[in-house]
Design a protein around this ligand. Structure first.
Ligand code: HEM
Length: 328
């Protein structure tokens, strides 16, 4: 099997552009979402698995909020400690993608907050502060271009043509990012802006960031004995035997003029980061094929006090359940 090369990058500097009106017809969103899952299959094939981020591992732990989180959002999630279910993953829809393949970037971290019977919030992140495209529609065009540009297709391929007109996507796909030493040694980004509302009704836009307590650690260029096709999942088991894995969860505070509808552009590094709490991951969950199939993250699951700001979230919220249904 060949893996299409999907590179990666850190979105460059920010621009200041006004946000757009996110209102859209639910019917149109459902149609676009179904189309996008089809586009993911065009790029990666159908494997009776997640349409993307197919290779993953599930862990469990707890989240402890800070007082600062309660000041920023009235979400009940921030009142007390809650259980979490975390799934780390590799990019692409290939369930057996080697961990040392550059196309396995970006790595994913999905978190469900709250008890299994009453989940409160799902956050689905990856380890780049950016995304290849501004909109879901452009993402679909990129996926179709990837699907139509396999071996034997004459240049300029549909992907060459797409990238020529989309420099951010070109940087995302052509810049190599180092493989993390562990899923626990890389930072993860929510990328899509959300709105936090406090008890007094004041709202502000934030973007999520999860920073590993172990520090960010990556392999250098060239071969390394620990860098192989399946190093990441066993590494987690070994790491947990020595103690829990921790991430600090931050809200990056948007300021007037920061983009709410363009995840391809990072907000300025100077924006304040408010610590919302700490994730403590202390055990592997059941990782049978059945439990991986059954676990469903819903980017639209948000409690009162947190709401989508980026319109891409509505498309994501509609697309994930389509993939879940298809893989059962
Ligand atoms: C229009 C944009 C996007 C679309 C259409 C899309 C679509 C999907 C779909 C269909 C799945 C599989 C769901 C399942 O079977 O459970 C998925 C999973 C995932 N996506 Fe996205 N996605 C988008 C944007 C993003 C962004 C911006 C991020 C990161 C910030 C992201 C990170 C992930 C991760 C980590 C998973 C795996 C979740 C898990 O472990 O179950 N996606 N996406």
């Amino acid at each position: 099997m060949t893996y299409k090369m999907i590179g990666c990058f850190m979105a460059a500097s920010s621009l200041c552009v006004l946000p757009t009106d996110a209102a859209a017809d639910p019917q149109d969103i459902a149609v676009e979402a179904r189309g996008l899952v089809g586009d993911l299959h065009t790029a990666f094939g159908k494997h009776h698995a997640r349409a993307v981020h197919a290779k993953g591992i599930i862990l469990e732990g707890r989240f402890e909020p800070t007082a600062a989180a309660r000041d920023l959002s009235r979400a009940p999630l921030f009142n007390s400690a809650t259980p979490i279910v975390v799934r780390f993953s590799n990019f692409t829809g290939f369930p057996d993608i080697p961990d040392d393949n550059p196309s396995a970037n970006p790595r994913g971290m999905a978190i469900r907050f709250g008890p299994a019977t009453a989940p409160m919030l799902d956050v689905v992140t990856h380890n780049f502060d950016g995304f290849p495209t501004k909109t879901a529609a452009e993402f679909g065009s990129l996926l179709r271009a990837i699907g139509g540009s396999g071996p034997g297709i004459a240049a300029p391929t549909p992907l060459d043509t797409f990238l020529a007109g989309h420099p951010v996507a070109k940087a995302f796909l052509t810049t190599q990012h180092p493989a993390p030493i562990s899923y626990a040694t890389t930072a993860y980004f929510g990328v899509n802006a959300v709105t936090f509302t406090d008890r007094k009704g004041h709202s502000r836009a934030v973007r999520y960031r999860f920073v590993p307590s172990a520090g960010e650690q990556y392999f250098g260029p060239g071969p390394h004995p620990d860098l192989n096709a399946n190093y990441l999942q066993p590494e987690l088991a070994k790491r947990l035997a020595a103690g829990p894995i921790r991430f600090d969860w931050y809200a990056q505070l948007g300021e007037p003029g920061d983009l709410l509808d363009d995840p391809s552009i990072a907000w300025p590094a100077s924006r304040s980061l408010i610590k919302l709490g700490t994730l403590t991951i202390d055990r592997l969950a059941s990782n049978s094929e059945a439990s991986d199939r059954a676990l469903q993250y819903e980017p639209g699951r948000m409690p009162d006090g947190i709401a989508p700001a980026d319109p891409m979230l509505a498309i994501r919220a509609a697309a994930y359940p389509v993939s879940v249904r298809e893989r059962q």
